[in-house]
Design a protein around this ligand. Structure first.
Ligand SMILES: [Fe+2]
Length: 211
């Protein structure tokens, strides 16, 4: 009789969930900042559809709230590198963080996309309206193997992986930048507000193993 000895999952994609403590005052400050920035800028178009996407690097704004959030992101990155044993024996790797704010009104969503040319990406939730319908306002991660040319046309279950999550205020997700994702339309009159970011290792890219 053939014996199955074990199943080994090769090259899984990590998704790390963090919770920022005592996030309410931070989120109120970030909401105020977002409203102020939106008053002075029409925003830019990336994956956002019917939503406002801030221009430039949000973390260069003179705001204590974004400084606090950036500190939490650095802590999360360090924890991720530790958890995945990706740090090696060297010093704590330094990251450059580039971020932006997304404000999705009723009907606003983000088309499927990846974040090329960076190592980690993530999102922090400032405000998440209560959804009225299934999947509304959820972020969905899609198995990147679906996009490999060799497998694009195959409709077999193992390559159809999707994971949808309704991030709550104060939650921070971290994932490899290659991981395809999208955001379903907001179906609430209340705006959905999140801050997305990219993290790029400084200087030692060739020496640091990342997931
Ligand atoms: Fe994204």
């Amino acid at each position: 009789m053939l014996k199955l000895k074990r199943v080994e999952l090769l090259f899984p994609s990590p998704l790390l969930h963090f919770a920022v403590p005592d996030c309410e005052p931070l989120n109120e400050d970030l909401l105020r900042l977002g409203h102020r920035l939106r008053e002075h800028s029409p925003g830019i178009r990336r994956s956002n559809r019917q939503g406002w996407h801030s221009g430039g690097n949000l973390f260069r704004e003179a705001s204590s709230a974004v400084s606090v959030l950036e500190s939490w992101i650095h802590i999360a990155l360090s924890a991720a590198m530790d958890k995945l044993s990706a740090r090696g024996d060297g010093p704590d790797p330094r990251f450059h963080i580039d971020g932006w704010m997304n404000i999705n009104p009723l009907g606003g969503f983000n088309a499927p996309h990846t974040h090329p040319d960076c190592h980690w990406s993530g999102v922090y939730y400032v405000r998440q309206p209560r959804p009225r319908s299934r999947n509304a306002g959820m972020i969905e991660f899609i198995d990147p193997r679906r996009e490999l040319n060799e497998y694009k046309g195959l409709r077999i279950k193992v390559y159809k992986g999707r994971r949808a999550l309704l991030g709550q205020p104060g939650e921070l997700y971290l994932f490899p930048s290659y991981l395809l994702h999208m955001v379903y339309p907001n179906d609430s009159e209340e705006e959905r507000v999140s801050i997305a970011f990219n993290a790029t290792l400084k200087g030692t890219e060739e020496d640091v193993e990342i997931p």
